[in-house]
Write a protein that binds this ligand. Structure first.
Ligand code: COI
Length: 332
């Protein structure tokens, strides 16, 4: 019998897994809430494919252990693959897939909501109301329709974010190395990243993580941004140099930031640190700022996305288990 073993399963994913299983009674499915590591790989014994979602790296040792069990592939329930050691996967003949375009609206909506919250000063407003200070001032906002919103990256998510920003009536511009024909025909692209930095009152990042985007927002990039602009990152923490961001906030160069991701997030986001002192003082600092909104890598987290992530990755796991094909397989 074909068997899939899933790692890192949250309780909110379980109903969607059970729903998928009810439509595939011929497939045996078992799962754990633990991450896939060299130490937990043995749990997948008897399965042909593993299904995973985690922030910690999928490393060489874990792949050795999977290969020893005869596992044919690993199907990620998420989009990002920056934590996958593709060299090791290749060495052990493991096929890999992701879910590159589960509901792009989940992340795009979250990004533009963060941006609107920054422009309308809603974090300090909420703090003020929580103190029972019901005065109007000083949390006056800026209207989205009066802003130039820069979308960095116009793939599935960036394109939806762009349309949502247009829905607010904002003047939207975009930058991407290769241009989407529909957006190009509408004349939305600027020529360079620098031009996007210089012209935008708000920038939303929708490029993937990886070596080519590492610290794309460094000291030089912040210096080129428009004064008083806001930055939203719902992509990967590695894209923003947090030290440079803090300097830009401290000097008043930029107005605020919305961060769903943070370069030091592993070990924090996804865990409960309530009543414990954060060892990461940079994260602690970010949380105390009224002009910084932090959400713990939850932009993806909607019922629609979670269902699509489960369904598409489990369908691919069947394909890998039976030596079939899947459009979601990553060729490397
Ligand atoms: C992704 O899909 O890559 C994400 O960033 C969301 C996730 C880690 C659940």
């Amino acid at each position: 019998m074909t068997k899939i073993y899933a790692y890192g399963v949250r309780t909110d994913e379980q109903p969607y897994i059970e729903k998928w299983v009810s439509k595939h009674p011929e497939i045996e499915v078992a799962y754990t809430d633990q991450a896939l590591t060299a130490q937990t790989a043995h749990l997948a014994a008897g399965a042909q494919c593993v299904n995973t979602l985690q922030a910690v790296p999928y490393n060489h040792e874990a792949f050795v252990a999977l290969a020893d069990l005869g596992i044919k592939g690993i199907t990620l329930r998420n989009a990002g693959t920056d934590n996958v050691d593709f060299e090791a996967a290749k060495e052990f003949g493991l096929r890999v897939s992701n879910v590159p375009s589960y509901s792009p609206n989940s992340i795009a909506e979250h990004a533009i909501i963060q941006m609107a919250r920054l422009f309308r000063n809603l974090k300090p407003m909420d703090e003020k109301v929580a103190r029972q200070d019901f005065r109007v001032a000083p949390t006056i906002g800026r209207e989205m329709r009066k802003q130039t919103i820069g979308i960095l990256g116009t793939g599935h998510i960036g394109k939806v974010a762009l349309r949502i920003a247009q829905g607010f009536g904002a003047n939207v511009i975009a930058y991407n190395r290769s241009q989407d024909p529909e957006l190009a025909a509408e004349g939305l692209y600027v020529e360079s990243f620098d031009e996007l930095l210089a012209k935008s009152d708000g920038i939303s990042i929708h490029v993937p993580g990886g070596p080519s985007t590492y610290h794309m927002f460094d000291e030089a990039a912040f210096a080129k941004m428009k004064d008083n602009a806001v930055l939203v990152n719902c992509s990967r923490g590695s894209i923003v140099d947090t030290k440079a961001l803090l300097s830009a906030l401290d000097s008043g160069k930029i107005y605020g930031a919305g961060l769903d991701v943070y370069e030091g997030e592993v070990g924090y986001f996804g865990d409960n640190w309530q009543d414990k002192e954060l060892e990461d003082k940079v994260l602690a600092d970010l949380l105390t700022r009224s002009n910084v909104i932090v959400s713990p890598h939850t932009a993806f987290y909607t019922t629609t996305s979670v269902e699509e992530m489960v369904e598409q990755s489990f369908d691919t796991a069947v394909a890998f288990s039976t030596d079939g094909t899947s459009p979601l397989e990553i060729k490397f």
